[in-house]
Design a protein around this ligand. Structure first.
Ligand code: GLP
Length: 259
């Protein structure tokens, strides 16, 4: 695991974009697969990737995107559905067409439809040859995608209940807490671990505790993001505030400097 600590969120975005671009190049595929996270943390990273596309340094015209998760029960086209958010904020600037964006389907009214959709999602990822680079944020409670504390470390895409903490954290995107869905469909931690490279970005003091638990605490379902420790090619790119509770900082800085 590599831990890169940069002064500001803008530096985090630039450095994380380099790690993503490098991972896509290393995959050497004409149709690379990129794993997309929602939330505010990766927005700067997406803007940097969009810059690289505009300058011709990065070509995503043949790429496919797979979202980590989706709310259950929002009508198709709801502006806060992750499909709508990703189309608007990520695919458009990156030049990824809507046909090449896959998002778990949370709109089915029946539970068995959601369950079969989740199984189908796993098949779609496999058929695309797996995810080359998975972009990740982290919830303040250590969640990854919508894998809340207690999620099985080997879990696959499935329907899950959202924690009260996550619903409150995400209420800012809705008119009020009552409008925040109670359930989601999320890639499992086992699904995330199958990606060839993981790139986690986090900024700000609100993430410091979760970051420390994820990177330096025990590998535990109580902190789903701790699965990064299990992955052979995982990089966490953090700003100073998000890194403020890490204990092994000196080692990370020396390693990053190539010492
Ligand atoms: C949501 C998403 C996660 C994301 C988290 C953090 O719950 N499902 O994938 O990491 O929010 O969001 P933010 O980056 O806005 O803090």
């Amino acid at each position: 695991m590599e831990v890169l600590v940069l002064p500001t969120p803008a530096d985090v975005a630039r450095r994380a974009a380099e790690v993503v671009i490098d991972g896509l190049a290393a995959a050497r595929r004409t149709a690379p697969v990129i794993g997309l996270a929602t939330g505010s943390s990766p927005l700067g990273l997406y803007a940097e990737l969009a810059k690289a596309v505009r300058s011709g340094r990065l070509d995503l015209s043949g790429a496919t995107g797979f979202a980590l998760d989706e709310y259950v029960g929002l009508p198709a086209g709801h502006p806060q559905s992750y499909r709508a958010v990703l189309l608007r904020e990520v695919c458009e600037p990156l030049g990824l067409t809507s046909e090449r964006l896959h998002v778990p389907d949370g709109s089915g009214p029946e539970e068995d439809e959601l369950v079969s959709g989740a199984t189908e999602y796993e098949r779609l990822i496999r058929d695309a040859g797996g995810v080359d680079v998975q972009i990740l944020g982290i919830g303040a409670n250590g969640h990854l995608g919508f894998n809340e504390p207690g999620s099985a470390l080997s879990s696959r895409t499935r329907v899950k209940r959202l924690s009260d903490r996550t619903r409150h954290d995400n209420a800012r995107f809705f008119t009020g807490i009552d409008d925040v869905p109670t359930h989601c469909v999320t890639q499992g931690l086992g699904t995330v671990l199958d990606a060839r490279r993981l790139v986690l970005v986090a900024s700000g003091p609100a993430k410091a505790e979760a970051v420390a638990a994820a990177l330096e605490g025990p590998l535990s379902a109580s902190c789903p993001a701790s699965v990064l420790q299990w992955h052979a090619d995982a990089t966490a790119v953090l700003d100073e505030a998000a890194a403020s509770r890490l204990r092994n900082r000196q080692y990370y800085d020396a390693s990053a400097a190539g010492l």
